[in-house]
Design a protein around this ligand. Structure first.
Ligand SMILES: CC(C)(COP(=O)(O)OP(=O)(O)OC[C@H]1O[C@@H](n2cnc3c(N)ncnc32)[C@H](O)[C@@H]1OP(=O)(O)O)[C@@H](O)C(=O)NCCC(=O)NCCS
Length: 255
């Protein structure tokens, strides 16, 4: 089991213009559930119990508990006092306390990622590499014509290209709040050569979306991800949950 250490709420600070990422390994789900399960609202508990598999139920409890813990720390209130609902598209919404705090959650086999920033739109996505994918088939109806073209031209490692395009698209659409409902093909993401490797930018109906910071993320060899935040030059840091809070330092530079 991976060590699991919750940050002290008093030490949590989210300066303007920063994005903080928190990574929860699957090995930390057990202790996270034990320490945070009591903070969930009755509706969240009901949702957890509705999962057919125990590991999905526990994963949700751990993610939601950690989300509450971190929001509570940033906003100086008790995690169990927060009121969280969901938009018509399923995006979690903080009803109380009202605050300009943006957050986004994603999970895949092996880990969950939670992201926080102030006064902006924010989305993250992580996905584990999977073999035997129908690469063009998966992109249809999700990717723009330009993205489909990029996929077709990526002869080698097209599964990696798919993963990159997919996580970028989901991160962007989670930031916008629609998720994959609506028409995802009207958005295009592509490498931002000006800003360098690991940076990308987004277009909507052919118009560049200005003022965003968009980066690719990697967690080990197998998990890829993306982050989109409606802040130019956002400062992004990643915080482990396995070290004593006093030693937590910004460890992620944009990749
Ligand atoms: C958002 C979406 C892209 C996530 O896809 P995914 O890769 O399966 O899942 P991820 O692990 O990356 O993200 C799940 C998290 O996204 C968040 N989320 C869900 N819908 C969201 C939305 N519309 N916008 C932003 N975030 C959303 C939730 O926090 C969820 O975490 P939880 O399971 O702990 O509650 C997908 O669920 C989607 O397209 N949803 C919209 C569909 C819709 O309109 N649903 C309406 C009925 S609720």
């Amino acid at each position: 089991m991976t060590p699991f250490v919750l940050p002290e709420p008093a030490r949590l600070a989210l300066p303007d213009g920063t994005v903080q990422l928190w990574v929860l390994d699957d090995g930390q789900v057990g202790p996270a559930c034990a320490q945070l399960g009591h903070t969930l609202a009755p509706g969240e508990r009901a949702r957890a119990l509705a999962y057919r598999h125990a590991r999905h139920c526990q994963g949700y409890i751990a993610r939601r508990g950690l989300l509450r813990w971190l929001i509570g720390g940033y906003l100086h209130c008790q995690p169990e006092a927060l009121r969280l609902t969901a938009s018509a598209f399923g995006k979690p919404v903080l009803q109380w306390p009202q605050a300009a705090l943006a957050f986004s959650v994603s999970h895949t086999d092996g880990m969950a990622l939670l992201a926080f920033a102030r006064d902006c739109r924010l989305g993250v996505d992580v996905e584990r590499r999977a073999g035997g994918l129908d690469v063009p088939g998966l992109g249809r109806g999700i990717f723009s014509a330009r993205e489909m073209q990029a996929l077709a031209h990526a002869r080698h490692g097209s599964a990696d290209t798919l993963l990159r395009l997919w996580t970028r698209k989901e991160a962007l659409l989670k930031a916008l709040g629609t998720g994959l409902s609506g028409d995802p093909t009207v958005y295009t993401t592509e490498d931002d050569r000006q800003r360098g490797a690991g940076h990308w930018r987004a277009w909507h109906h052919g118009t560049a979306m200005a003022g965003w910071t968009c980066i690719d993320l990697a967690f080990g060899e197998e998990i890829r991800g993306a982050l989109a935040v409606s802040r130019a030059d956002a400062c992004i840091s990643c915080h482990p949950l396995a070290k004593p809070p006093a030693r937590q330092r910004n460890t992620l530079r944009d990749t």
